[in-house]
Design a protein around this ligand. Sequence first.
Ligand SMILES: O=C1O[C@H](COP(=O)(O)O)[C@@H](O)[C@H](O)[C@H]1O
Length: 252
Amino acid sequence: MSKNNLFDQTNIYPELESVSAAAAARWVSLCKEAISDHGSFHVALSGGSTPKRLYQLLAAHPFSEQIDWAKVHIYFGDERFVPHDHPDSNYRMAREAMLDQLAIPESQIHPVDTSLSSAAEAAETYAQELQQQLPLNHNGQHCFDLMLLGMGPDGHTASLFPETEILHEQQTLCAASYVEKMTSWRISLTFKTINTSHHIALLVCGENKVEALRHAMRRNTPRLPIQRLVPQGSLEWLLDEAAAKGLAEVLA
Ligand SMILES: O=C1O[C@H](COP(=O)(O)O)[C@@H](O)[C@H](O)[C@H]1O
């Protein structure tokens, strides 16, 4: 249907609730697949506002009991360099919405250590942890079974913001980045890591995402971070109708 491979798997749902339910169903099926393939499921959570409902759904009936939580390993695609109890912490949001309700062994929950002395040190430590914990794919690359992502109105994904050096990072799995417009340090997985994932699910909701989505779908000049997605595995977009407004003609 689409002229752009990046958008070959694009599904549009009425609103956040149905986007979240579809993402939860995808989590369940990928989780079962990964556990039968290599005995565990390694997932990177996204932050921001969109995934909170997904996390709440996963922690409750009917999704929670379909998942063997003892075999799930939780990581973070990006993090704000703030304490874990800070309102901006992605870890705190995931704890409150999902993790506190589930029987995942603590040793399998991998937050970014934001108590370290700098964002650079936190990122370096996290990169080492990923190297130790993540399974290798058949190419010998550290590989997530599922990478959850969102997209900001400026086309950022994870904490890969426009005009930041981290966009070009090819060596490490995770790096620190100062985001001028947020006046804050972020720690983020790099495109190298994201693109290696077995499956990427992008949840995008809200009218303020329309312009960035249209730009990326039209394959215009690649100025947005999101256009740096070159997945080795599969990638699917889960959009709500507000974000997908007017996209039909671009996808046709
Ligand atoms: O992938 C991600 O995208 C979001 C965009 O957030 P949203 O609040 O518009 O859903 C980003 O800020 C977040 O940290 C990240 O993981």
